[in-house]
Design a protein around this ligand. Structure first.
Ligand SMILES: C[S@@+](CC[C@H](N)C(=O)[O-])C[C@H]1O[C@@H](n2cnc3c(N)ncnc32)[C@H](O)[C@@H]1O
Length: 211
């Protein structure tokens, strides 16, 4: 096993769990995830960090995918412990292994930054949602301030290598709108006590309109 593979298998999951579970991030998860209802799909569900925030009484089924097998084990264990009807499988957001119009809610937190093809993934999220279904998102992305965005451009190549392909410069809300969603709620801010290049957060609710 080369260093890169060893890093991805052993170090990266710890960095992701640690970075994604700090207090400010967990607080924002608690604003978004409890809005999920009905049959729920979670993209990049590895690690299972969102599970504690679901309103169990409101969800009828929980499905999730993540390409990282090492993270999925703990997501499965947590879903079992909660007694959920669940299906958590290995997969990529660019080709979600679930049928059209299958879900009432899709949850996507800190994952659009890491996928290969953000536009294809948003299109897949739209495909698997029922008409009127909601996409609940919480992502970091391209800062609105030019000076911060310039630093994001500079840092991104190294950051991507260390953080599992995570991009710093992706737009979030506009990409979701461009993908055929109507955003009904949107919050945006720099996360406190976080370097601005990694701290621009966007979260909210978007609706799939039409068929
Ligand atoms: C920063 S972690 C966030 C994990 C989790 N969503 C959370 O909020 O804690 C990014 C996740 O995206 C997953 N990921 C990377 N590429 C992906 C893809 N193409 N499709 C789906 N998930 C992907 C990674 O394996 C990882 O679990």
């Amino acid at each position: 096993m080369g260093f890169a593979n060893w890093y991805d298998a052993h170090i990266l999951p710890r960095i992701i769990r640690c970075g994604c579970s700090q207090g400010q991030i967990m607080k924002r998860r608690s604003n978004v995830v409890p809005l999920a209802s009905g049959d729920v799909f979670e993209l990049g569900c590895g690690g299972g960090l969102n599970q504690e925030f679901y309103n169990t009484a409101a969800i009828t089924r929980y499905c999730g995918i993540d390409p990282h097998d090492g993270l999925l084990e703990s997501a499965r264990q947590r879903a079992c412990d909660r007694g959920w009807d669940h299906e958590i499988v290995t997969g990529f957001g660019e080709n979600i292994p679930f049928p059209d119009n299958a879900f009432d809610s899709a949850v996507c937190t800190f994952t659009l930054c890491s996928v290969q093809d953000q536009h294809q993934v948003i299109s897949e999220l739209r495909r698997i949602l029922k008409p009127g279904g909601k996409l609940l998102f919480l992502e970091h992305g391209r800062a609105p301030d030019l000076s911060v965005a310039r630093w994001q451009n500079r840092i991104e190549p190294v950051w991507k290598r260390l953080a599992g392909g995570c991009h710093l410069t992706r737009t979030i809300a506009s990409a979701i709108s461009d993908g055929g969603f109507v955003i009904s709620t949107l919050d945006q801010e720099y996360m406190p006590n976080t370097p601005r290049f990694a701290g621009w957060m966007e979260w909210g609710v978007a609706q799939k309109n039409g068929a």
